[in-house]
Design a protein around this ligand. Structure first.
Ligand SMILES: C[S@@+](CC[C@H](N)C(=O)[O-])C[C@H]1O[C@@H](n2cnc3c(N)ncnc32)[C@H](O)[C@@H]1O
Length: 208
C-alpha cells in the first residue's frame, strides 16, 4: 500500500498496537541523543510524535515534518508546545519546510519508505549547521533481509507499507558523498539478546 494512504489508515492505532520496532527505536534514540548537544532540531517523519515529546525537552526549537495528515493530527493532539512547528510535506520533493540551519536532523523509521537516499542526504546536509549531527534510527537491514516490513492489521486483513531495503554501506557511502562523517553505529536487539538478529540500526553522522 502506498505510504501516505497506509499511515493515514494506521494513525488511529499506531500508538496503541504492539510494536517492538517502534518501542525499541524510541529507547535507542533517547540513549544515543542524550549525549549529543542540540538546540534546534529538524525531525523528519515525526509520525504521531513518539520522539517529538522527548526532543522538545532538549531543544528550544523543532520543525517536525510528516507526509501523513492523520499521523500529524495525532502528534498535534498530544504535543501543545510553542517550541514545535508541525509541517505536512513529502521529503522526496524539495525541502521548502527548511527555514533555518539546524543542530540536529533526525530520522526515525522513515528511510525504509524512501527509495532514493541521495536526495534525502543532500537536503539533510544542506539543512545542518557545520558540525551539526544527523541521527538515523531504522529497522535493521538484517531484519529486512528476513522479510520484515512495516505492517498493521485492519478489519480487511494485514496492510503492508511500501518499503525499500538500504544496506549499511548505502547509508555510509551516501553520507560520504554528502560530506557527512560517520560518528557512531549501534545495533539494538529484542530483550538485549545479541544472539538474535538485531532489530534496530542507529547511525550518527556529522556535517564536516
Ligand atoms: C514508522 S512511522 C515512524 C514515525 C515516528 N518517527 C516513530 O518513530 O514512531 C514512519 C513515518 O514516516 C512518514 N513518511 C514516510 N514517507 C514520508 C515522506 N516521503 N515524507 C515525509 N514523511 C514520510 C510516515 O507518514 C510515517 O509517519
Amino acid at each position: 500500500m502506498n505510504t501516505q494512504d497506509a499511515y493515514n489508515k494506521w494513525a488511529s492505532q499506531y500508538d496503541t498496537n504492539i510494536n517492538k520496532t517502534r518501542d525499541l527505536e524510541a529507547a535507542a534514540l533517547r540513549s544515543i541523543l542524550s549525549s549529543i548537544p542540540f538546540e534546534s532540531c529538524l525531525e523528519i517523519g515525526c509520525g504521531t510524535g513518539k520522539n517529538t515529546s522527548w526532543l522538545i525537552e532538549k531543544a528550544s526549537q523543532i520543525t517536525s515534518v510528516d507526509l501523513s495528515e492523520e499521523m500529524l493530527a495525532k502528534a498535534r493532539e498530544k504535543i501543545k508546545s510553542g517550541k514545535v512547528q508541525f509541517v505536512q510535506a513529502d521529503i522526496t520533493t524539495t525541502w521548502k519546510f527548511r527555514n533555518q540551519l539546524y543542530d540536529l536532523v533526525s530520522f526515525s523509521l522513515v528511510l525504509e519508505h524512501i527509495e532514493n537516499l541521495e536526495h534525502i542526504f543532500s537536503e539533510a546536509a544542506a539543512a545542518l549547521k557545520p558540525g551539526g549531527y544527523m541521527y538515523i534510527g531504522e529497522l535493521h537491514p538484517f531484519k529486512q533481509y528476513t522479510g520484515s516490513k512495516a505492517r498493521f492489521e485492519t478489519t480487511e486483513g494485514i496492510e503492508v507499507v511500501d518499503c525499500f531495503t538500504h544496506h549499511i554501506s548505502d547509508f555510509v557511502q551516501t553520507a560520504k558523498k554528502n560530506k557527512l562523517s560517520l560518528v557512531d553505529v549501534n545495533e539494538y536487539f529484542d530483550d538485549d539478546n545479541r544472539n538474535e538478529i538485531p532489530r534496530i540500526l542507529t547511525i550518527v553522522l556529522r556535517k564536516d
